[in-house]
Design a protein around this ligand. Structure first.
Ligand SMILES: NC(=O)c1ccc[n+]([C@@H]2O[C@H](COP(=O)([O-])OP(=O)(O)OC[C@H]3O[C@@H](n4cnc5c(N)ncnc54)[C@H](OP(=O)(O)O)[C@@H]3O)[C@@H](O)[C@H]2O)c1
Length: 222
């Protein structure tokens, strides 16, 4: 059993939390408005869920999931994330985040930008390429037919291994997509982003196997 802290508990954070609770993990949720505003979500998730401040959720997690708009990166708590395995689900969108020159110019991936704000975390990019409703409905136990794959990118072997184990426990296998500097291959608008799991109009999604995810990562260009 792992304790998973969440900084950001919206569509994708809550979906990962649901899958984690279903797999027997503990979850500690947080958002920008405070734990009281998460009471209903915690009640729905059940006894393995609680809410806290972002600092407390970061401190509590064996793994911490950051699932916020990119424009919120400067407000994240760096100190309690030092030395932690941290999953970055975030995608850059100028219409929501405003223009960020280093991202517009491709000088940095959004994960590398996040790392500048939490420099001592062991960061792994994951879950950013799948619609949250597909993430919920496509989870399958290990060995089941139609299990889907997710790309992960990260610089720490230790953190990639921890995230692989966690993702396996909640219903997915992974494809290693390389270091954070290569995580643009799974960023917004790339072939592996959304498309392999089917159109958003079909909330159930369609399973995406290892070959499809590898081929989509290879096809990425910029
Ligand atoms: N939606 C998807 O299917 C999907 C899929 C993959 C990746 N993503 C990416 O994952 C990220 C989250 O997406 P989402 O759809 O879950 O967004 P969302 O539903 O809008 O949720 C965003 C969450 O971030 C919290 N937040 C914002 N600023 C914060 C801060 N400074 N400290 C702590 N929490 C903060 C919000 O809390 P408050 O409400 O209290 O402000 C909210 O809980 C985005 O970068 C998005 O591009 C989304």
């Amino acid at each position: 059993m792992t304790t998973v802290g969440f900084i950001g508990s919206g569509n994708i954070g809550t979906t990962v939390a649901q899958l984690a609770v279903d797999a027997g993990h503990q979850v500690v949720l947080s958002n920008s408005r405070g734990p009281d505003t998460l009471a209903e979500t915690v009640a729905q998730l059940g006894l393995r869920a609680s809410a806290a401040t972002s600092e407390e959720a970061a401190a509590a997690g064996d793994i911490v999931v950051i699932s916020v708009p990119v424009k919120s990166f400067p407000h994240l708590p760096a100190a309690p994330l030092a030395g932690k395995t941290v999953i970055d689900t975030c995608n850059y969108g100028p219409e929501r985040d405003g223009h960020i020159p280093e991202l517009d110019s491709n000088a940095l991936t959004s994960s590398e930008l996040l790392l500048r704000h939490i420099p001592d975390a062991m960061l792994v990019k994951a879950f950013n390429n799948i619609f949250y409703k597909h993430l919920l409905s496509l989870a399958r136990p290990a060995g089941a037919a139609g299990r889907s794959f997710l790309p992960i990118a990260g610089d720490s072997t230790q953190a990639r291994a921890a995230v692989t184990k966690f993702i396996d426990s909640i219903g997915y296998s992974v494809v290693d997509a390389g270091p954070l500097t290569d995580s643009w291959r799974q960023a917004t608008g790339t072939p592996v982003w959304g498309t392999p799991y089917g159109p958003y109009s079909n909330e159930k999604g369609q399973p995406a196997g290892e070959d499809a995810i590898r081929a989509a990562l290879t096809a990425a260009a910029r």
